[in-house]
Design a protein around this ligand. Structure first.
Ligand code: PLP
Length: 392
């Protein structure tokens, strides 16, 4: 065993008793190369992060350029830092509606924490609504609005005043009233098993929030940046949220999150008291430089359209009696199999034969397929061949 493998066992805190325990040597494009000489086709992109593949040259160049300028110089929100300000503008330019005031964080869960806080501050209300089977992150606030008791129970008490409604249920939306500060939802549930609600539900949710003055938060941490076939999934449903949260693919492989709203909503964090929401590392200049380059590549190469193409290839080719359903949109797909045993068998076979697939937190019969959006047709087809062989 290599010394680093021993160190992983001895000194890194594990998140389960069965980590994948793969030793990475380097990663490039749609491939992860392991220390034992094996190469994996990456069909999960670090859970919807590496949408441009690993180490995209434009992202690497932007990081190198920023390294030559400066790293951290001051806590977030005080200094004008080129990379940060330019990327905030680039984001505002591509986000719909009045989503034009950006607060940068490091991670997705921090973005949701900020969104919940600003919703309370802007409305003066405290009640929050979320949905069953949702996932919004693992810090206390985000966990409080995560709709799975098995993950919440060990950490109770969490935030009070949170109500969970059935996801996608039109009638349940009547529970949203004028005591609600915010309604937080993923436009498409990721960890919940890649669940796509109807356009009708999304629009009714938007209308109900508008009627009651509850702020609608879309957690696009997983769905954002082209993954579903549009730059942001809210565009799939023709809905503009009041607050959007972003992370994962945004940083092009670097850690970066954000919550974004109108200047009016965001302005409530500036006073009473000032500095009521601060962060040291949020919007790190190297991450923002990487994100600026990543967004440019995404748009110039129309990678959201590539996501839709990936969906059509997967749906056409992944047909087998053990596959009950392919769910999802674009390159955010879930393959629902006939049993937990088949699911484990397919994942193990694929891993042994050079294809890395994903899982979801809340389902044991779903295999997640979320490749880099620029995966080549031949590599995608090779990976699908392996999945089909696994099913035989
Ligand atoms: N929200 C959604 C929809 C997610 O999928 C995730 C992570 O998987 C998070 C929030 C949390 O993001 P992070 O792990 O960056 O804190």
């Amino acid at each position: 065993m290599q010394p680093t493998e021993q160190a992983f066992i001895d000194h890194l805190a594990w998140t389960s008793d069965h980590p994948l325990n793969l030793s990475v040597q380097h990663a490039s494009g749609s491939f992860i190369h392991l220390s034992d000489g094996k190469t994996l086709i990456d069909l999960i992109s670090g859970i919807a992060v590496s949408s441009l593949g690993h180490r995209h040259p434009a992202v690497i160049q932007a990081i190198k350029d920023q390294l030559d300028k400066h790293l951290h110089v001051m806590v977030y929100g005080e200094f004008v830092q080129d990379a940060q300000a330019s990327f905030a503008k680039a984001l505002a330019d591509v986000l719909p509606g009045m989503l034009n005031s950006v607060y940068f964080t490091m991670t997705g869960t921090e973005a949701n924490e900020g969104a919940l806080k600003v919703a309370k501050k802007a409305t003066g209300r405290s009640r929050m609504v979320s949905f069953t089977n949702s996932y919004h992150g693992d810090t206390h606030g985000s966990l409080s609005v995560t709709g799975r008791n098995v993950y919440r129970d060990p950490f109770l008490p969490l935030l009070p005043d949170v109500e969970f409604l059935p996801f996608g249920d039109l009638d349940a939306l009547a529970a949203i009233d004028d005591s609600v500060a915010c309604v937080i939802t993923e436009p498409i549930q990721g960890e919940g098993g890649i669940v796509v609600p109807s356009v009708k539900w999304h629009q009714a949710l938007r209308n109900r929030c508008t009627e009651t003055g509850a702020l609608l938060i879309f957690d696009e941490i997983q769905t954002g940046f082209g993954r579903t076939g549009k730059l942001f999934a809210c565009e799939q449903f023709d809905v503009v949220p009041d607050i959007i949260t972003l992370a994962k693919a945004m940083g092009g492989g670097m850690p970066l999150g954000a919550f974004v709203a109108s200047r009016e909503i965001m302005g409530t964090l500036r006073s009473d008291p000032p500095l009521s929401h601060v962060t040291t590392f949020g919007g790190h200049p190297v991450s923002c430089a990487a994100a600026g380059a990543a967004l440019k590549v995404l748009i110039e190469n129309d990678l959201p359209a590539r996501a839709s193409h990936i969906e059509s290839v997967v749906r056409k080719r992944l047909v087998h009696p053990s596959i009950l359903e392919i769910r999802g949109m674009g390159a955010m797909l879930g393959m629902n199999l006939d049993s937990p045993e088949t699911t484990q068998k397919v994942a193990d076979y694929c891993l042994d034969n050079g294809v890395l697939l994903g899982w979801t937190l809340h389902s044991n019969t779903l295999i997640r397929i979320a490749p880099p959006l620029n995966i080549s047709a031949s590599v995608l087809n090779d990976a699908i061949d392996v999945i089909l062989k696994a099913l035989e």
